[in-house]
Each structure stands twice: as C-alpha cells, then as structure tokens.
Design a protein around this ligand. Structure first.
Ligand SMILES: NC(=O)C1=CN([C@@H]2O[C@H](COP(=O)(O)OP(=O)(O)OC[C@H]3O[C@@H](n4cnc5c(N)ncnc54)[C@H](O)[C@@H]3O)[C@@H](O)[C@H]2O)C=CC1
Ligand SMILES: O=C(O)C(=O)Cc1ccc(O)cc1
Length: 307
C-alpha cells in the first residue's frame, strides 16, 4: 500500500462526522495512526469498542501533541476552545482543520489562536444525517459528496493540496471558496431549510391537542421529511444559527419576501403565478438529480446516541 498522506491524525470530537472520518481514513489507509479524543469517558469507551482509532484520550492537547493533521469535529461554538487547548502543543508544520457548518466567524477565531508555523485549512463536508455520536458514523458518508475548503488567502498551497487529497481519499469531491461565500451559500441551501423544518414542526406541536394528534396520524411525506430534519442535534444547530447570523438573516429576508408573494397569489386566486413558480422549482430538482447529488439517502434505522 502507498505511504499514508498523514502520519498521525488526531480527531478532536468523535461524533457522527469525527467517527465517519475515522472509519473512512482507516478503510482507505490515509493515516499512519489515528488518535481519538472526546470529552466524555463513556463516549471514549464506545469509540474504543468500535475500534475507531489506535490511541484514545479525553485530553485535547494530548491528542494533538505530535500530530501531523488535527481535525476538530465539534459544534462550531466549541471550535475556539479546541484551538486554544491545542495551540501550545502543535508541532511546527502540522495542519489543523475542522468540519464546521459555518466558516467566517469560526475561521477568524481559530486562526487568531493558532501559532505561526502551523497550517490552518478549514473544511466543511456537505454530508450528514440527523443522528449524532460515534455509533451514527459510517465510512461511506462522504462518498460523492462535496467537501468545501475555505483556506485563508495566505495559506500554504501544498498544505491545502494535501488536505484536498485527504478528503478525496475519503470519497469526497473538493471545491474551494472564501469563508464569506460559503456562509451565504450554506445559509440558503442548508441553514434556512433546517430553520423551516424546526419552525413547521414546532407550529404543529403547538396546535391544540385534537389537531396535533391528527397531524401525527395523517402526517404525509412532506411533514415527515421535516420531522427528520427537525430531529437534528439542538446544540449543533443552535451554534450554527448563532455563528452564521448575518448570512442567515440576509437570506431569511429574501425568503420572507418570496413567501409573501406566494401568499398574495393564493389570496388572489392567481393560479398562473403559482403554476409558474412550481414549474420553475420542479426544474431545479431535476437539475440536482441529473448532477447526481441526490444520493446517500440517510438510513432511518440508525441508532441515535449522545456524543
Ligand atoms: N451532523 C451533520 O450532519 C454535519 C455536521 N457538521 C459539523 O460537524 C461538527 C460535528 O458535528 P457532529 O459530528 O454531527 O456532532 P456530534 O454531536 O455527533 O459529535 C460532536 C462531538 O463533539 C464533542 N463536543 C461537543 N461539545 C463539545 C465542547 N463544548 N467541547 C469539546 N467537544 C465537544 C462531543 O463530545 C462529540 O465527540 C459540527 O460543527 C457540525 O456543524 C458538518 C457536516 C454535517
Ligand atoms: O441530514 C441532512 O439532511 C443534512 O442536511 C445534513 C447536514 C447537516 C449540516 C451540514 O453542515 C451538512 C449536512
């Protein structure tokens, strides 16, 4: 087998994403040694039982010491604490990365805490499910999914290429963009859809008893799809909305305007407007399917565990 891309890989956080990286890195021989870190000893024990790494610790600094690549897979609100904890022990020339769903504020915070001589290359795999914890991960999660890298302008091109090769080795297709552009795109494609799901399921839950039980009993597939999304981890999504505030509010403004236009069409009985709108959106769905991006449907049988 070819030489692994990285000698020692330290995974800070071993939930859905960290454990999927562990499984895929192991399966594809991308790291010489995998160090697994998580806060709680019970989760660490579970990671050990699952055989996710070679070395296990609850101490972030111990995990990062001597590592060639450190990946933080924690809620975005905890990224700065990770950078702070590992900064003093990072070896010169090491690469530090993350998988956070928000980039601008997180990248700025982490970059300011990391020492000179360390390569910081932020990443975001656009792949996941509503489940959490080390049992939820699987090696195929990233296959044919995008992974967006948002390196700073002065990043070392060789370090960026190496991390890109790592994600390709995990099965992903890699694209690079600025953190600001990433946050605007993800606000509309991922963050607002989650907000809509949280909202509609909340609205249904707040209905009077008789109506609520009918909603659950007759829940058609549209509502059921929303309940899947609305079952996503509350800490992770709280942090996403707190950290991508500006982009989400900008896109939410546009969304609300368009919703008002649809509301008006319904009130006025304007079928042409509704038909034209629904035809346009149907084409967008067909475009996504043709591009092969509608793969890797989540497995509804997976067990949900705490990370
Ligand atoms: N779940 C998903 O579908 C996707 C998540 N992401 C991003 O990946 C990151 C991790 O998400 P998951 O793996 O889904 O989460 P998870 O809940 O499955 O795992 C989180 C891990 O972070 C650790 N952690 C939690 N709070 C912490 C804190 N305050 N300090 C230190 N460690 C802490 C937990 O112990 C656990 O090991 C998040 O930043 C999320 O935005 C990115 C793509 C998809
Ligand atoms: O489960 C789903 O449908 C998702 O949308 C998963 C997901 C969640 C967060 C991300 O940053 C990327 C992907």
């Amino acid at each position: 087998m070819a030489e692994p891309l990285f000698g020692r890989l330290a995974l800070i956080g071993i939930g859905l994403i960290g454990s999927s990286i562990a499984r895929a890195a192991r399966a594809n021989g991308l790291a010489g040694e995998i160090v697994v870190q998580t806060r709680r000893s019970e989760t660490l024990e579970r990671a050990r039982e699952l055989g996710l790494g070679d070395v296990y610790t609850t101490d972030m600094a111990e995990a990062a010491r001597g590592a060639d690549l450190v990946i933080a897979s924690v809620p975005v609100g905890a990224s700065d604490a990770v950078a702070q904890a590992i900064a003093p022990v990072l070896k010169p020339g090491a690469t530090v990365s993350d998988v956070g769903s928000v980039k601008t504020s997180v990248v700025r915070q982490m970059a300011s805490l990391l020492p000179e001589g360390v390569h910081f290359v932020p990443a975001h795999p656009i792949a996941g499910t509503e489940y959490s914890g080390p049992d939820a991960g699987f090696a195929e999660l990233f296959r044919n999914r995008w992974c967006i890298l948002t390196p700073l302008e002065d990043a070392d091109p060789e370090a960026v290429d190496r991390l890109s090769a790592f994600w390709q080795g995990l099965g992903a297709r890699v694209e690079r963009m600025s953190p600001e552009h990433h946050d605007l795109v993800l606000a509309i494609t991922s963050h607002i859809p989650h907000l809509i799901a949280y909202n509609i399921v909340g609205t249904a839950a707040d209905m009077e008893d008789s109506l609520r039980s009918e909603v659950i009993k007759f829940s058609a597939s549209g509502f059921r799809d929303f309940t899947r999304i609305a079952a996503s981890d509350p800490v992770m999504w709280r942090d996403i909305f707190l950290h991508n505030k500006d982009a989400v509010l900008e896109m939410l403004g546009r969304f609300t305007e368009d919703l008002t236009a649809l509301q008006r069409a319904i009130r006025r009985g304007d079928g042409d407007t509704l038909f034209e709108h629904f035809s346009r959106t149907r084409e967008i769905r067909r475009g996504i399917v043709e591009q092969g991006q509608d793969t890797a449907e989540p497995d509804f049988g997976r067990v949900r565990t705490q990370g």
